[in-house]
Structures are given as structure tokens and as C-alpha cells.
Design a protein around this ligand. Structure first.
Ligand code: ADP
Length: 495
């Protein structure tokens, strides 16, 4: 007999350590906010839980105490922790998202810490989300977990909360935004986590080695795994890119899907970006040059429209490929007329490198060592090229922003960069940027020089800019892939 059409909305409980604009260190915050926003627009009943850090940006938001989620106790061994939930409107939606208020755990100088209870801070996040569902008597079809911080959630459902019928039909999806960050703690951490007898479901090898790995636990127990680009889904199953988890990921190959992240064009489009001084579009490029002049002026670089501006906006981490720069940039800056504009924070060695580069040639190089979203927009709008030579890149957002801003990406052909940038072909005029494959200074130099050599040819350059600006990486498309995956899970289980 044909099954009746299920018209009830899908129920998705989304859990994340970061949500833009409340608290963000990178793409994770952008993506979970976008998932919630676009699922909600599709009519999905989505509830998003994340920590209320003391550093959470609450400036423009009205926070309302959620009456049904006040002073909820959560026992961890001897310790009883308590949380309350505050609701805030997610910008550009009528969706209220849920901030978990537990000052003992989340009032720290940053989102992440090296404190001894770091494992507890995020085990708690998973449990607070589950406990909230219980209090609300809300039974999600899907718990959508993100990165190591929520890696224990699937196991909690199978262990501590296995008794609760509310979750009998709930399935779990774990999205790996960055396999390089796994949440590894001493095995002694297990004791206080309330995993009950099911602690035996943790990875045995790890326990023997005295470790507990949150991400690996999620990979073992989530019903479905995703990562943020199709190429990266293949890469992480190899020893080169799996960061030690390739074996576990290969074992789950049938359940591992890559979905490229989308771009929030409502925030990142030069046609109507309130954070840039001059609007422009694919048809009307004139504003681009004005943004460039304004950027040079703002950063005290000489306004010289002949020289190309190369932009970098990034966490300054090894993953982003900055290890190649010392062999390439000083020489290139000495040999060519160009400007380098860098915005980033992170590892001291890279901060030091950019400081030094700037002090050596302050007329060519500008380094801004802060986290500044508005400046990130102005750099996208004011640069001619955008550099991302990543060692690995699960998806990457900035190259997709760059394409929309007519800022030609020069990227390594890896992960999401390979899935979103097409090599420029001088013969046909097709393509959107410049790619290099081998992770080497020579390969990066060749790609950069090819781009710099094309730049003086305005006709070809503008064609290349327009090719990129025409690309559409909007969430409208990508979000449907998630809905299909959520539904597919349901169908698989029903077999
Ligand atoms: P990742 O998540 O690995 O850091 P992504 O490219 O996916 O890399 O996302 C990075 C996001 O963080 C982008 O939105 C980028 O503009 C932003 N970002 C990174 N560093 C800074 C900074 N110093 N100031 C402003 N925005 C930044």
C-alpha cells in the first residue's frame, strides 16, 4: 500500500559551538547560522543550540529568557551543572535561536580554551541540547552535530538517553567542518562524562593509549557523516588528508557525503554590501576601482591604480598554507609592482612574518592583526587577487566571496577550493581563477605570476572577473541537499 504523504515539517535540532554573528572564529559559525536560516525558510522546524559565551556579541540583539528552560540541572558524576536558555532572533529571519547560559563553563576569555575542563564544556553542550528537547517534549527527526565539539552527542543518545522514547526515531548527522581539530583529551576525562556502561562504545585503541577523541567518537556513532565539499569527502579518506581518522572514515564511506557550503549573498555581494564604500556589479564594474583606491588610502598605501592588490583574509594557521610564503613573497614583492594586504590573527610565527614583511616595505605591504568583519568586506571589494594556498581546505568561503567581488582567486587545488575555482584558460577565456596542485613554493609562485602577468591586460582581466562574478554558490541550492540527506536517512531506516 502506498505510504501517505508526510506533510509534517522535518524537525532538526542543530547544535554548534559557533554561530555567526553571535560567536565566530571561522567558517563553522557562518555555516551553522546559514543552515538554520535556510532550513527555516524552507519550512523545516529547526532549533539551533549554542553556548552563551561571555564574549558572545549580544550588542544589537534582544535576549529573552526562555521560560521553559530555566535552571535545568545536568549531572556529571559528582558535579551538578545548571543551564538556562536565552532566545535571540537570528538576523534576517523570524527564527529564535537558543543560547545555553552556563557561566561556570562559558564565561572564559575565548570560545575555546586550554582549560582542564575543556572536554566538559562541550560534552555539556551536547547534553544541554538533548535535555532542552526533553523539557520541550520535542522529538527531532535529526540531531545535526557540527565538528568535534558535538562529537559525543550521537553516543549520548545511545547511552545516557537511550531510555527516552522521545528519541527512538531520531537520527544523527555529523558534519565535519575541519577534520584537523578533533577534541583529544586524556582518557581520564571519560569518567565524569556520564556515558554509563556504554563507555565501551568508545574507540578501544584510543582508550588503551590513554586518549578520548570526540570527533572520532562522532564518526563511529553518527548515522550519517557529511563534510563541506565533495572533493574533501574523498580526501579525508586518505592518509594524506584524514589527520589520523582516514581508516574510520573509509569504514563509513557509504555514509559520508560532501556538500559544498553556500554563500550568504545577502551579506556578501558588492551590489548592495553596506560594509563597502562603493557598490558595483558584473555589469557595472567602475565601483571596484574606487573601492581599491579607498582601501589603499585606508591602509596608508600609495594610491597607485597600476599595481595589483593581492588580498589575504584568514586565520593564520599552518592549514592555510602560509608556510609557503617566506620562500615566495619577499622575492615577488622586490621584483614586482604590487600591494599585499593581509588581515588575520593566529599563530605567532605567521603574525611575526607579516609584521616583518610590512616593516620591510610599508609602501607595498599592509598587515592588520585583528579580527574585523567590515575590513574583510573592504579587502574583498578592494583587492584584485585573493590568495589561498591552503595545505588542506575542507570548503573555504573566502574564495567564493572573492569570486562574487570580482577578486580573482589564486588557490591550491585542494578540497573546496578545487570544487569552486576553475582554472583560467587563456585560449578560450573560460575559467575563474588560478590553481596550483603541488604544495610547494615553486607551484605557488607560478600560479601567482600567471595571474600577475594577465593583470595588465584589462580586457582579459575583466572577462575573468566577470566569469567569477557570474558563479552562483547560493545556499538556496545547497540547503536542498541537506534536506534530501535528512530524508534519505529516514528512508534508509524505514527499510
Ligand atoms: P576557516 O573556517 O577554516 O577559518 P573559511 O574560509 O571557511 O575558513 O572561513 C573563514 C571565515 O572567517 C570567513 O568568513 C572570513 O572572512 C573570516 N575571517 C577569518 N579571519 C578573519 C579576520 N581576521 N577578520 C575578519 N574575518 C575573518
Amino acid at each position: 500500500m502506498a505510504k501517505a504523504l508526510d506533510l509534517s515539517p522535518l524537525k532538526v535540532c542543530l547544535v554548534s559551538a559557533e554561530v555567526t554573528p553571535f560567536a565566530k572564529t571561522g567558517g563553522l559559525g557562518d555555516v551553522t547560522a546559514a543552515l538554520a536560516r535556510h532550513l527555516h525558510r524552507l519550512g523545516v522546524d529547526v532549533r539551533l543550540f549554542f553556548p552563551f559565551y561571555s564574549i558572545t556579541d549580544t550588542g544589537p540583539f534582544e535576549l529573552l529568557a526562555d521560560d521553559s528552560l530555566r535552571h535545568v540541572p545536568v549531572r556529571f558524576g559528582e558535579r551538578e551543572l545548571v543551564f538556562s536558555v536565552f532566545d535571540a532572533r537570528l538576523p534576517r529571519t523570524d527564527l529564535d535561536v537558543h543560547l545555553i547560559h552556563a557561566p561556570d563553563l562559558y564565561h572564559r576569555p575565548g570560545i575555546y580554551t586550554n582549560d582542564v575542563d575543556e572536554h566538559l564544556r562541550f560534552a555539556f553542550l551536547s547534553r544541554a541540547a538533548i535535555e532542552s528537547c526533553q523539557r520541550l517534549d520535542w522529538s527531532p527527526d535529526i540531531f545535526h552535530c557540527n565538528d568535534w565539539h558535538t562529537g559525543l552527542l550521537p553516543l549520548y543518545l545511545k547511552s545516557h538517553y537511550a531510555w527516552d522514547d522521545l528519541f527512538t526515531d531520531s537520527r544523527t548527522v555529523l558534519t565535519i567542518h575541519n577534520v584537523g581539530y578533533q577534541g583529544v583529551f586524556p582518557a581520564s576525562a571519560v569518567e565524569g562524562l556520564e556515558l554509563g556502561d556504554q563507555a565501551s562504545l568508545l574507540d578501544e585503541e584510543d582508550l588503551e593509549a590513554g586518549r578520548l577523541n570526540f570527533l572520532k567518537t562522532g564518526i563511529l556513532h553518527a548515522d550519517l557523516l557529511t563534510t563541506v565539499s565533495p572533493t574533501h569527502a574523498k580526501e579525508i579518506q586518505t592518509a594524506e588528508y584524514g589527520c589520523g581518522l582516514d581508516r574510520q572514515l573509509r569504514a563509513r564511506s557509504d555514509d559520508l557525503v560532501g556538500v559544498l557550503n553556500g554563500v550568504e549573498y545577502e551579506e556578501w555581494d558588492p551590489v548592495d554590501d553596506p560594509l563597502i564604500p562603493f557598490a558595483y556589479s558584473r555589469r557595472e564594474l567602475a565601483g571596484k576601482e574606487k573601492n581599491k583606491q579607498a582601501l589603499l588610502d585606508e591602509l596608508s598605501l600609495p594610491a597607485d591604480s597600476q599595481a595589483p592588490v593581492v588580498g589575504v583574509v584568514s586565520r593564520l594557521a599552518e592549514q592555510k598554507g602560509f608556510g609557503l610564503f617566506p620562500e615566495v613573497l619577499p622575492e615577488l614583492l622586490a621584483a614586482r609592482d604590487l600591494h599585499l594586504v593581509v588581515l588575520g590573527t593566529g599563530e605567532e610565527r605567521y603574525e611575526e612574518f607579516f609584521r616583518e614583511l610590512e616593516s620591510r616595505d610599508p609602501m607595498k605591504v599592509s598587515f592588520t592583526n585583528t579580527f574585523d568583519n567590515a575590513l574583510a568586506h573592504r579587502i574583498e571589494a578592494g583587492s584584485d587577487l585573493f590568495l589561498m594556498p591552503s595545505l588542506y581546505e575542507p570548503c573555504g568561503l573566502n574564495q567564493m566571496y572573492s569570486l562574487r567581488y570580482g577578486t580573482v582567486p589564486v588557490v591550491r587545488k585542494v578540497g573546496g577550493l578545487a570544487d569552486s575555482v576553475i582554472q583560467y584558460d587563456a585560449e578560450t577565456g573560460n575559467g575563474t581563477g588560478f590553481l596550483f596542485e603541488e604544495f610547494s613554493a615553486a607551484a605557488l609562485r607560478r600560479a601567482l605570476e600567471a595571474a600577475l602577468d594577465l593583470y595588465p591586460n584589462p580586457e582579459r582581466w575583466q572577462q575573468l572577473m566577470r566569469n567569477g562574478m557570474a558563479k552562483d554558490f547560493s545556499w538556496d541550492r545547497q540547503i536542498r541537499k541537506y534536506v534530501d540527506l535528512y530524508r534519505r536517512r529516514g528512508a534508509d531506516e524505514a527499510k
